[in-house]
Ligand binder design. Structure first.
Ligand code: F6R
Length: 607
């Protein structure tokens, strides 16, 4: 989604803004622009396409100097992709950039039209600039406060007022903004990846507060003009984590980071290397008292992690667990109460639908626990309890290391809760924790299968449709394999519970159609082999994945990927890595933009 960077200080602002926008490219965008003060007047340069094109345009305007400005990458929502619709937008004395959506922009536009004011773009953002300009009488904060009363929707703004040079005003409601103050100046951005080159210490601008950035200071006030000191946060990663580090793509780098990200996620939560311990996360055991039901809510890959979590939790806890797609859940009048534990899962911690579902659960006074990667994000802050995944920044749009880190957290929750409930013994729990730790070397081994998988992908990359099938945990993994492949290779694929194929979909399985068959679960292994025979009888091209060696009849597959042997419940970790590599190499063979697939954004902050 859109990216924001703002800077005022002692550096060349144009460079700071362009570097910030480059760092934010991973979020997905279709145009980019900057606005800055040059000799006390505001200059704007914007373009459709890549930040590199914007950089070229800026470089050719070298007559401009600046130490204060704002920059934006736009992911079109209202109005097509065009230079005019790109941000920043200027109206009168106001120039601004915006993330989010102004839902009542049309009503505002009609009101402004009655005053003879008309936009030149088709965007909701320009209407916000027009509104602010119409309310501005020389006092920026007063105008912003009046505008807040009129604006509906989710938004983050960085605003320049023409008659207040070198100052940036910021405001947010729903969409994130993080800021830091350094000796080089004040910086604000939509995410930490753009700030990290200046500082590891930052704060999240609280919602409905106004930040005023000057060269030496950031002042945050609430809507009653009371100055507040936001809580400072710290990240333990640096610039190298936000670079490719020798890999051709962020996605491949992040796939290879999984042993480390799982280790970092589980190690601090295992007491004496034996039992789960959430005391450092300040999650008391009482959270699990009187819980009769668990509802897991998330979107996309995070939701698929929830599908695995459901199997693990129901197995260990013997209480019902449902997994809900956040965009559906929020409109379903869900049955949740004070005895429900609602677990939200989100890499970004900002996904609009997941956040809305969490808010709904908070209204119902359910207990809320979130599994989040980004510190201080909205979902983390609004949940009763948070388990952070320590995966480091995930830059590729396709989620990989966040997914397996989410699985690790879900497994730990299941073990911890089961111990508290007494549904597993300490000895069993110790054994399961050992199995979880064994996942790390097993993933390292799985990564050595990359060349073998790459060769299979050469064949897959020429296909237009394929299927993933599996049973039990393998069905949950099939869903994840399918979304990963679709999003970065643009090959149509579907995930099916293997036993369900013959109830309709088998009619689509014809000669040469690839079927990626996951057979890692011993309790349904023979059933799975029968299902593979069904597709083989229709001459499907079968890619079989098994957990350890298997003496399966070689006539039923074309390719066989043998995972390092793990217990059934741990097989999702290694299977996920194979599915990620399958998607990755298929996309590479098709010559696509692996890290920034078309139409997609990393952090989906709109509904
Ligand atoms: C797929 C992918 C998306 C995200 C989804 C939720 O690879 O990355 O499906 O999983 O948009 O995002 P978060 O986890 O940030 O809530």
């Amino acid at each position: 989604m859109c990216g924001i960077i703002g800077f005022t200080g002692y550096l060349d602002a144009k460079n700071v803004l362009l570097d910030g926008l480059t760092a934010l490219e991973y979020r997905g965008y279709d145009s980019a622009g900057i606005a800055f003060f040059h000799k006390n007047s505001i200059q704007t340069i914007k373009t459709t396409g890549k930040v590199s094109s914007l950089r070229d345009k800026v470089t050719s305007s070298s007559e401009f100097t600046s130490t204060c400005g704002i920059g934006h990458t736009r992911w079109a929502t209202h109005g097509g992709v065009s230079d005019t619709n790109s941000h920043p937008h200027t109206f009168g004395r106001v120039t601004l950039i915006h993330n989010g959506i102004i839902e009542n922009y049309h009503d505002l536009e009609l009101e402004l039209a009655a005053l003879g004011k008309h936009p030149v773009s088709q965007t909701d953002t320009e209407i916000a600039a027009m509104l602010l300009d119409s309310l501005y009488e020389g006092d920026a904060v007063a105008a912003i406060k009046k505008a807040i009363k009129r604006l509906e929707g989710a938004y983050a703004f960085c605003i320049l007022f023409a008659d207040e040079p070198e100052v940036i005003y910021c405001l947010r409601n729903g969409s994130p903004l993080v800021a830091c103050q350094t000796k080089e100046g004040s910086v604000i951005a939509s995410d930490m990846v753009a700030l990290i080159r200046y500082s590891k210490d930052y704060f999240v601008l609280p919602e409905m507060h106004i930040a005023r950035l000057t060269k030496d200071n950031i002042t945050v006030t609430d809507l009653d003009d009371v100055i507040i000191n936001p809580k400072m946060l710290h990240v333990n990663w640096d610039m190298t984590a936000a670079r490719k580090g020798g890999y051709p793509h962020f996605m491949l780098k992040e796939i290879h980071e999984q042993p480390e990200s799982i280790r970092s996620t589980i190690a601090p939560r295992i007491k004496n290397k034996r039992l789960p311990d959430f005391s450092a996360d300040e999650i008391p055991d009482q959270v699990f008292d009187h819980i009769h039901r668990i509802v897991i809510v998330a979107c996309g890959t995070a939701m698929h992690a929830g599908l695995v979590g459901k199997v693990m939790m129901e197995k260990l806890l013997r209480i019902p667990v449902t997994v809900e797609i956040a965009s559906e859940f929020r409109y379903q009048d869900p049955i949740i109460d004070t005895n429900t534990l609602l677990i939200t899962i989100s890499q970004s911690g900002e996904t609009a639908d997941t956040l809305a579902a969490l808010r709904l659960a908070n209204e119902h006074q359910s207990k809320t626990l979130s599994i989040v990667n980004v510190k201080g994000s909205s979902i983390a802050r609004e949940s009763d309890y948070v388990l952070y995944t320590h995966a480091g920044p995930e830059i590729a749009v396709a989620s990989t290391k966040a997914y397996t880190a989410q699985l690790s957290c879900l497994y730990l929750i299941a073990y911890h809760f089961a111990l508290i409930k007494g549904t597993i013994t300490e000895n069993d729990c110790v054994k399961q924790i050992e199995e979880l730790q064994a996942v790390i070397p097993a993933i390292e081994k799985t990564l050595t299968l990359a060349d073998e998988i790459n060769k299979i992908c050469l064949n897959l990359s020429e296909k237009e449709d394929l299927f993933f099938i599996g049973r039990g945990l393998d069905y949950a993994l099939s869903c994840e394999g399918s979304i990963k492949l679709k999003e970065i290779s643009y090959i149509h694929s579907e995930a099916y519970a293997a036993g369900e194929l013959k109830h309709g979909t088998l009619s689509l399985v014809t000669e040469g159609i690839p079927v990626i068959a996951l057979a890692t679960q011993s309790n349904v292994y023979n059933k799975m082999i029968s299902n593979i025979r069904e597709v083989r009888a229709r001459e499907a091209l079968v890619i079989l994945i098994t957990n350890g060696e298997s003496d399966v009849d070689s006539s039923i597959y074309d390719y066989h990927i043998t995972l390092p042997k793990l217990s059934d419940t741990m097989a999702p970790f290694t299977t996920a890595v194979v599915l990620q590599l399958l998607a990755y190499y298929t996309s590479v063979h098709r010559g696509l933009n692996v890290d920034q697939p078309r139409n997609l954004a990393k952090s989906v902050t709109v509904e």
